[in-house]
Each structure stands twice: as C-alpha cells, then as structure tokens.
Design a protein around this ligand. Structure first.
Ligand code: ATR
Length: 290
C-alpha cells in the first residue's frame, strides 16, 4: 500500500498499546480490500484523553479504537453515542463526524458475531457467566438482550454481581438474572449451561489458574467461551474440553470487534473469507501455528 495525500488514518488509543493485535487486523484488511488506510497505535495517558480526542478530530483521523483504561472515560468527550454502547457504559470504537466522534461498542457485537461463526447461540440458553467486572457486565447485557433463558452471574465478590444483576433487570425488561457465588454453582438444578468466562483469571503468565475449580458442574457445561486469548487455550477451556464440552477463546471476538469497527469507518461489509485470512495472520503474530 502506498501512503499518499489521500491516505485515511485510523488508530488505537490506550495505555499500554504496544502488545495490540489491532494493527494486524486493520492494516491487513485495508490491504486486502484495496483501501488506502493506515492504522497505528497511539499511547494516550489518562490526563491527555480529552486533548487526544480533540487533536484526533482536528487531524481528521477517521476512526479510533479505544482500549484500557479509556473505554468509559472517553464518553464525556464524544458528540454522540450508540444506544448499545450507552447501555453497556463502554465505548471501544469512535467514528469521525463533523462535530466530533460518535462512540460505539463493537466488543459485544463482535463477541456475538464470533459466537455465531462458531455455531454458538445465546437464545434460550442457561448462561453461567463467570465474573462481574466491566467485561462481564457487557456480556450480561448481551445475553439478556439476545434472549438467554436464565443468566447466572457468578463472582468472588457477590455484591458486585448483585449490583450488575439489578442494573441488567432495569435495562433489559424481563431478563432472568441471578447473582451467586462460585460455591453455589453446584447447587443449580439446570442440566445444561453455556458458560462464558469473563474474569482475568488464567491470563498469561498465570496460565494454570482457573476461576471455577474442576468439579461435576463441568459435565453440565456444553460450551465454554473464554474472553481470554493469551494463552490460546486457557485452563478453563481445557477443563470444559476434558468434560466433553465445546470451547472458544477470545481471539475471534477481538477479530470481529475490529471488523465491525472497520465496517463502520469505511461503510462496507467485510466478506467472511477475509475474516478467516485475518484470523490466521493474528495467530501467526501470536506465534500460534495449527
Ligand atoms: P474487566 O473490566 O476487564 O472485566 P475488572 O473490572 O477488573 O476487569 O474485573 C475482573 C473480574 O475478574 C472480576 O469479576 C474479579 O472478581 P472480583 O469482583 O471479586 O474482584 C475477577 N477476578 C480477578 N481475580 C480473581 C481471582 N483471583 N479469583 C476470582 N475472581 C477474580
């Protein structure tokens, strides 16, 4: 790709940004789709967030992804916010508008699309959601709005799970959501669960850690989704597999949040063949050959 006077610039704002896979997604998509676009990481300190947004707009940066620690902090500096992002309270994608940036959350639409490509549905499922941080809250909202039959929100700090459950009940009318501790899981009466692991437990380098200890409940988990992708197979996924369940890690969620952002920035649809190729490139970048 030749950088010239018409090159569109996009980027990522966060802190830290040096381990991001997003440039692999966007620069390769641009290359494959023949779009004159470059995507670069921008390190932005918390105190500089407003200046970064204003500066980015002044420079006509077409789109930005937003990562830790700015996903909620960025909201006051936007000219508009998509209703999904507003409900979740977190923005990961900014789209240039004449009067500022509009904020979106493609993490959740990305997770949903990634699960669809793996044949994993939410509708009618009993969902065992592990964790009650920002990621878990967003996934709880997704499950509630995507027609889960029942959502069990499990967390070490029960109060945080209760708070989120209360918020989701208010936001998604009719949502069946209950907070519980990890110790209470075995006592549930349902025989089949979709489990979604939303904690940081098991993340590299603590690869042998798992938030839900091995036990009979794993026999009832037909599918285990882990939002973590480093390591590529977490201890949680290993346990789900060992008990006969299907697994998915967080790499496809990362891919599709990027693809949906790219589609918003360029007003296009990314074909599935391109998505598969980009996933391979992300794996190679991570040193995974399979
Ligand atoms: P994020 O915004 O990425 O979801 P977070 O808000 O820090 O991150 O949430 C991290 C989640 O991992 C929480 O559910 C946390 O449980 P607590 O609310 O009890 O802190 C969970 N978590 C982190 N370390 C844990 C551990 N060692 N055991 C159990 N849960 C843990």
């Amino acid at each position: 790709m030749k950088i010239n006077g018409k090159t569109i610039t996009c980027g990522l704002i966060g802190n830290p940004v040096e381990h991001t896979l997003s440039p692999v997604i966007h620069n390769n998509l641009a290359e494959k789709l023949g779009t004159n676009l470059v995507y670069v990481p921008f390190l932005v300190e918390s105190g500089e967030l407003e200046a970064a947004i204003k500066g980015g707009h002044a420079l006509h940066i077409r789109g930005m992804n937003v990562t830790v620690p700015h996903k909620s902090a960025v909201i006051p500096y936007l000219c508009g916010i998509d209703p999904l992002a507003e409900s979740i309270g977190a923005v990961n994608t900014l789209v240039y508008q004449e009067d500022g940036y509009k904020g979106y959350n493609t993490d959740m639409s990305g997770l949903f699309r990634a699960m669809q490509t793996e044949g994993i549905g939410i509708k009618g499922e009993n969902v065992l959601l592990l964790g009650a941080g920002g990621a878990a809250r967003a996934v709880a909202y997704l499950c509630a709005t995507a027609g889960a039959k029942k959502i069990y929100l499990c967390n070490r700090t029960l109060q945080k799970a209760e708070e989120i459950a209360g918020e989701i009940r208010m936001q998604a009318e009719g949502a069946q959501i209950a907070a519980l501790s990890y110790e209470e899981i075995e006592g549930l009466t349902e025989t089949s669960f979709l489990a979604i692991q939303c904690t940081s437990v098991g993340l590299y380098p603590n690869v042998s850690d798992v938030v839900l200890a091995d036990g009979p409940v794993y026999d009832r988990i037909h599918t285990g989704v882990d939002l973590i992708y480093r390591p590529y197979e977490t201890q949680f996924m290993k346990l789900v597999k060992a008990h006969g369940g299907k697994t998915m890690n967080g790499l496809k969620m990362l891919l599709y949040q990027g693809i949906i952002a790219y589609e918003l920035w360029n007003q296009c649809d990314v074909p599935e063949e391109q998505a598969d190729d980009i996933l391979q490139m992300m794996k190679e970048e991570m040193g995974i050959y399979e």
